[in-house]
Design a protein around this ligand. Structure first.
Ligand SMILES: Nc1nc2c(ncn2[C@@H]2O[C@H](COP(=O)(O)OP(=O)(O)O)[C@@H](O)[C@H]2O)c(=O)[nH]1
Ligand SMILES: [Mg+2]
Length: 358
């Protein structure tokens, strides 16, 4: 590497398009990530290429959202590289921070990357920092322009760095556009930039842990721990609520089941009572019917007995009449025999008077 090469560091979240920008600007073929999937990235520097007759090299840096490394590891990787370059006398001409204009809003990861970028650079170097927006082709131009204006005016977004000397530029995706951005940095180059993290380590002789960037890193990690803790607490809370809800649900189901059982029992008892009443009514009807039949039978029997009695009475009367007639006849016969006997005696007596006893 030639000492007169201008180094430009490219920073931004993973997936923001750092490597793509570097490839299109320098003709390199560094590996480009797929979407937002985080890849373990190292710091890598391109070969030298020319912009407006100046020899430029671009430094690709990992974003602070690597899934396999801590933010502190990433900071160490970047800081080690930058301090080595500084010690080797290589001149950092500027820094490009990339932000996707296609993002609907600035995500937590994007904000974290921006905060880390600010602490790594510090305020004094902002005069040659470019906030570069890309992916303009993915958004309706009017929407993208409105977003750009919002990013440039937001107190928590890019406004403070723009006010402190940084410039906001667009990258359309072509090498021309990439060179325009680099041209701005070259033209603005007024001597080597010593980033805060490098100054604190190499000039103030602080350990990496004592740098502002390390502080920011700890803040970020604390925030992350806080977020995870909050998420964990929210998850526990949700689980408790879900468990309570389930308990309530089960209690409600039990009560409903109890009510249903009671209702069924009541309905059964009611049906039973209805059946018993019906049975009683039926038995009463039957009894009435039987009583009626018995009365009928008794009346019939009485009628028959009366008839029988009448018949027997008539029969006895007839017998009595017969007996009376017979008795009358026998009396007459007896009277006749008596009369006969009397006549016969009188005859005999008269006969006896006519004849003398000898
Ligand atoms: N549409 C569009 N996609 C881009 C652009 N730059 C990068 N990408 C895509 O964004 C994804 C991440 O890009 P990459 O360069 O790996 O991002 P890095 O993680 O910051 O290095 C890849 O799928 C790229 O193809 C761009 O200017 N326009
Ligand atoms: Mg990359």
């Amino acid at each position: 590497m030639n000492d007169s090469d201008l180094l430009v560091a490219i920073m931004g979240a993973t997936g923001s398009g750092k490597t793509s920008f570097i490839n299109v600007a320098s003709g390199s073929t560094f590996g480009v990530g797929e979407g937002l999937v985080s890849r373990t990235e190292a710091v890598q520097t391109t070969h030298a290429f020319h912009v407006d007759g100046r020899s430029v090299r671009l430094v690709d840096t990992p974003g602070f959202d690597d899934t396999t490394r801590s933010d502190f590891d990433i900071l160490r990787t970047i800081a080690d590289h930058l301090t080595s370059s500084y010690k080797a006398g290589k001149s950092l001409a500027g820094v490009i921070y990339i932000h996707r204009i296609s993002d609907i809003r600035m995500s937590g990861i994007a904000r974290k990357n921006f905060r880390m970028f600010r602490k790594i650079c510090g305020d004094s170097t902002l005069r040659n920092v470019v906030i570069m927006t890309n992916m303009w082709g993915s958004v309706e131009p009017s929407i993208a322009e409105a977003r750009e204006a919002e990013l440039a005016s937001g107190e928590l977004l890019f406004k403070p760095v723009l006010e402190a000397g940084a410039t906001m530029l667009r990258h359309s995706g072509t090498s021309e556009s990439a060179h325009d951005v680099l041209r701005h940095i070259i033209q603005n180059h007024g001597g080597p930039l010593v980033l805060d993290v490098v100054r604190q380590i190499e000039i103030e002789h602080k350990g990496l842990e004592q740098t502002d960037a390390a502080d920011a890193c700890r803040d970020e990690m604390a925030k992350e721990a806080d977020r995870l803790h909050r998420e964990e607490m929210e998850k526990v809370q949700r689980e408790i609520e879900a468990a309570l809800k389930q308990q309530e649900e089960e209690a409600r189901r039990r009560i409903e089941e109890e009510i249903r059982r009671h209702r069924e029992e009541a309905e059964r008892a009611e049906a039973e009572a209805r059946r018993a009443a019906e049975e009683m009514r039926r038995q009463r009807e039957e009894l009435k019917r039987q009583m009626h039949a018995a009365q009928e039978r008794a009346r019939e029997e009485a009628r028959r007995a009366q008839e029988e009695y009448e018949r027997q009475r008539r029969h006895r009367e007839w017998e009595a009449r017969c007996a009376a007639k017979r008795a009358e006849r026998e009396q007459r016969e007896l009277q006749a025999r008596i009369d006969e006997e009397r006549r016969r005696r009188e005859q005999e007596d008269s006969d006896d008077e006519g004849c003398t006893v000898q």
